[in-house]
Ligand binder design. Structure first.
Ligand SMILES: Cc1cc2nc3c(=O)[nH]c(=O)nc-3n(C[C@H](O)[C@H](O)[C@H](O)COP(=O)(O)OP(=O)(O)OC[C@H]3O[C@@H](n4cnc5c(N)ncnc54)[C@H](O)[C@@H]3O)c2cc1C
Length: 468
């Protein structure tokens, strides 16, 4: 058994955890990075789309090819049935080879002195007056044998994604960060496959009036929060497919959607690369940090709710965490933890919460209503572009007038969606007022106001560890 002391221990060596490890080591902290998988298999195993501005905000260099697989590809939205098409133009996002990107982050963190542990199995989390202080696990350092470790740290970061491996074992955060309901999870699968019949691929492109390298997104196959995206690569050799839908059943709806699509497309062949997982799609927890512990990335529900994109957010949050702890000798002190939490809520929390309201409204729509929204200009190039770029859309008066005309012809079906859209700027403003200093009363008042404005149930608030 070994016993080691660190400034920071990070559970989860996916993109968020690996970025945080690198940033914290750069500022001179002694950091351990742990993953339950072999490190080279940590994090997302597929291609993720990320708006390039998020790399800048995180202070990371924009990825270059081949890690950046594609840039602003043209996008067309399609109704699940029928011929309705809406052309969006170039997407504001880049396709990123996540296994390669995350491995680069891990390599960089190790080069900065981060000490990795892999294939770990977490046994115990010891707390002192509600603060996690030590973990016991079996695991190996790369190249070594598996053995028991006792690891003490002043800050533990849960970046273990949907597992929330540390969160669920801590007494301060677990009761106030509720487990996700099925409607708050998206099951998604992303695959790159060979094209076995080029004529069949060409026929598919012609039928849908798109070209090679063009992204076609079928909307609403399983109601409002579902899509299936197809992109025949420019060389005509491979096709990239992404399917996602609100969670349901043991296998999830996304993989089911993909299977049904593949059964109808004989021109698509062997699986080359990709994976499947669940993604949280609710707003960030009202609190996701407490003395000695911070949640990061998917573990904190920092995923963009409209389409379950968590990579950019996790990187930005990792930067905010490193910046927040920088001035403090104790990286897990209550002030540092609150600074991190407030920074994310004030800058990104409002955008996420606003889209969470839209996500909940869209989940209630059926397939014909989704098609009608496209037909009447309520899903259009401007708001789709902003959604993909993870920003609140600017709505010039002529656009508002056009959408109002579209909404009027749709009548009651689109009312909740329109009501959600009009509240977005207000929600953003309220989150920008997230309390700057720890305090049970101010947090409670803010959470109640946010719940009233967004129409959600506030996360339970407990005063432990907070001044009144
Ligand atoms: C098919 C699909 C497509 C997606 N497309 C996009 C997209 O286009 N754009 C985008 O931004 N996002 C997308 N996402 C979401 C994105 O992949 C996640 O939001 C992102 O990977 C989250 O990063 P993370 O570092 O927080 O967590 P993860 O990537 O989940 O990493 C968590 C790590 O923790 C480790 N771990 C788990 N349990 C433990 C434990 N007990 N102890 C130690 N380690 C543990 C895991 O092994 C893993 O390595 C997609 C997701 C899916 C499934």
């Amino acid at each position: 058994m070994t016993s080691i002391d660190y400034d920071v221990a990070i559970l989860g060596a996916g993109s968020a955890g690996a970025a945080a490890a690198s940033f914290l080591a750069r500022s001179g902290r002694r950091v351990a990075l742990l993953d339950s998988r072999p490190l080279r298999f940590g994090g997302a195993r597929w291609v993720d789309d990320v708006p390039p501005w998020m790399f800048d905000r995180a202070g990371l260099p924009r990825p270059l090819p081949p890690v950046k697989r594609c840039d602003h590809r043209p996008l067309t939205l399609a109704a699940w049935r029928g011929n309705l098409r809406v052309s969006i133009g170039p997407r504001p996002i880049w396709g990123i080879d996540m296994p390669a990107f995350t491995q680069n982050l891990r390599d960089e963190s190790v080069a900065r002195g981060v000490e990795p542990f892999e294939e770990i199995s977490l046994h115990r989390v010891l707390e002192s007056r509600g603060r996690p202080v030590e973990i016991h696990f079996d695991g190996r350092t790369p190249g070594g044998d598996s053995r028991a470790h006792h690891l003490r740290a002043r800050l533990f970061v849960d970046a273990s994604g949907m597992r929330q491996a540390l969160l669920r074992r801590t007494s301060r955060l677990s009761p106030i960060c509720p487990a996700l309901a099925p409607s708050e999870m998206c099951s998604a699968t992303q695959q790159i496959r060979e094209i076995v019949d080029r004529a069949g691929a060409l026929d598919f492109l012609e039928r849908h009036r798109i070209g090679y390298g063009h992204v076609l997104s079928f909307m609403g196959a399983r109601g409002g929060f579902s899509s299936l995206m197809v992109q025949v690569e420019a060389d005509g050799e491979r096709v990239e497919i992404l399917a996602g839908a609100t969670d349901a059943g043991p296998a999830g709806t996304g993989p089911l959607l993909l299977r049904e699509f593949l059964a109808q497309q004989p021109w698509i062949g062997r699986f080359v690369f990709g994976g499947a997982a669940r993604i949280p799609i609710r707003r960030p927890y009202d609190r996701f940090a407490a003395e000695g512990i911070a949640l990061l990335g998917d573990a904190a529900c920092q995923t963009f709710p409209a389409h379950g994109s968590g990579v950019g957010s996790g990187l930005v949050a990792a930067r905010m965490l490193a910046d927040a702890v920088q001035p403090f000798d104790d990286p897990g002190c209550p002030e540092a933890m609150w600074t991190y939490q407030a920074a994310f809520q004030r800058e990104r929390g409002g955008v996420h919460a606003a889209y969470d309201v839209l996500r909940r409204a869209s989940q209630r729509l059926d397939e014909p209503t989704v098609a009608a929204l496209m037909e009447h200009g309520l899903v259009n190039a401007n708001n789709t572009w902003s959604t993909l770029n993870q920003q609140i859309p600017a709505l010039p008066p002529e656009e508002v007038a056009r959408m109002a005309r579209g909404a009027a012809s749709l009548r009651v079906r689109s009312v909740p969606l329109i009501a959600s859209a009009t509240r977005m700027p207000l929600i953003q403003r309220l989150y920008a007022c997230y309390p700057l200093t720890p305090g049970a009363r101010t947090l409670h008042a803010w959470a109640r106001a946010a719940a009233a404005l967004c129409g959600h149930r506030p996360d339970a608030q407990r005063p432990e560890g907070l001044p009144a």
